[in-house]
Design a protein around this ligand. Structure first.
Ligand code: BDR
Ligand code: CA
Length: 321
């Protein structure tokens, strides 16, 4: 990535999305130009509120926050997170550790998807969705122009070589809106998929959250408390992992530095019917096409990523006393 590259995040702001936000803010080569919010871990309104809280806390209250879609493409009512997700991220989406006890800005602007599509055209903007792909699908629907010039959209979601985390076939972000993910993956847009194949290989332990507490800043304390909540859920549900998976931070890292992962070129689709609904899989109709639209991350240099993660997140957390 070139110095000063502009990054637009698309978050369903729960705990690992918060870690992804801190990663970008602690990355010297990246300039965060805005955050589009999505439903997913929380409702879209809660995602926007959480994003404001975190931006304030991390010393960047002026970065604009946009309210994206409040439901999947085919849904008739706004999305409410299911009980299992509320347990993982907490009812407030940030681990219920008191993040809302502080004043925060509430002025999220309604996202304009035609404008988002305009902004993405021909821009050198790194767009990184770490929630459902609904906002991007809505932006693509406003236009038939190819988004030539846009760097690959790196998204967290999917699973190609490993099982899903919601159903045996489906990962949470894709599961939340399979139709949107299918629109994106078959649109001709160049994408990079950072799914469970790699995100389950990058694990954060309580050793790091203890080090954050030593930094002594309000941001570091809140991030330590909220991430300990997330690690606690993994200790119950996935004790063999020894910590929590860093799903969304890895997507951001692979957008900024693709050499952290090895990538398989592929043309993907999403299964929309039956028990395989939500599965990311190669599109049989485009199997022999020479040009592949997606790069699927299959292996990750976990030690190098974790080193980058520690340095960048500590920088973001320590930036304000
Ligand atoms: C993904 O689902 C969400 O709960 C996380 O924030 C992450 O984006 C992992 O499957
Ligand atoms: Ca997420």
């Amino acid at each position: 990535m070139s110095e000063g590259a502009k990054v637009l995040l698309d978050l369903d702001t729960g705990i690992d999305d918060a870690l992804a936000l801190a990663y970008v803010l602690g990355s010297p080569e990246a300039e965060l130009v805005g955050v589009v919010c999505s439903y997913g871990n929380v409702t879209v309104e809660t995602a926007a509120r959480n994003t404001h809280v975190l931006l304030d806390l991390l010393g960047h209250p002026d970065i604009p926050v946009y309210l994206g879609a409040d439901r999947p493409l085919c849904a008739s009512s706004p999305f409410e997170p299911p009980a299992g997700v509320v347990r993982i991220h907490g009812a407030d989406g940030l681990g219920n550790v008191g993040s809302l006890d502080r004043p925060y800005n509430t002025s999220a602007r309604e996202a304009d998807f035609a404008r988002l599509a305009e902004v993405l055209y021909g821009s050198q903007l790194y767009y990184v969705p770490t929630g459902p792909l609904t906002n991007l699908a809505l932006a693509l629907r406003t236009t038939s122009r190819p988004m030539a010039g846009l760097p690959r959209v790196t998204f967290m979601g999917g699973a190609l070589t490993v099982p899903g985390n919601v159903t045996p076939c489906s990962e949470a972000n894709i599961h939340n809106d399979p139709e949107a993910a299918d629109v994106v993956l078959r649109s001709g847009l160049k994408t990079r998929m950072v799914g469970l194949d790699v995100t389950h290989q990058v694990v954060l332990t309580r050793e790091e959250t203890a080090a954050w507490r030593e930094l002594g800043t309000p941001a570091a304390r809140l991030f330590a408390d909220m991430t300990d909540h997330y690690i606690g859920i993994y200790e119950k549900n996935n004790p063999h992992m020894g910590g929590c998976a860093l799903h969304d931070p890895l997507a951001v890292a692979a957008a900024l530095d693709p050499t952290l992962v090895t990538r398989l070129p592929a043309n993907l689709q999403v299964d929309l019917e039956g028990s395989a609904r939500g599965r990311t899989i190669c599109d049989p109709d485009r199997l022999r096409d020479a040009e592949k639209d997606c790069e699927v991350a299959l292996t990750v240099d976990a030690p190098r990523f974790l080193e980058e993660f520690r340095a960048r997140v500590r920088r973001a957390l320590g930036a304000r006393a």
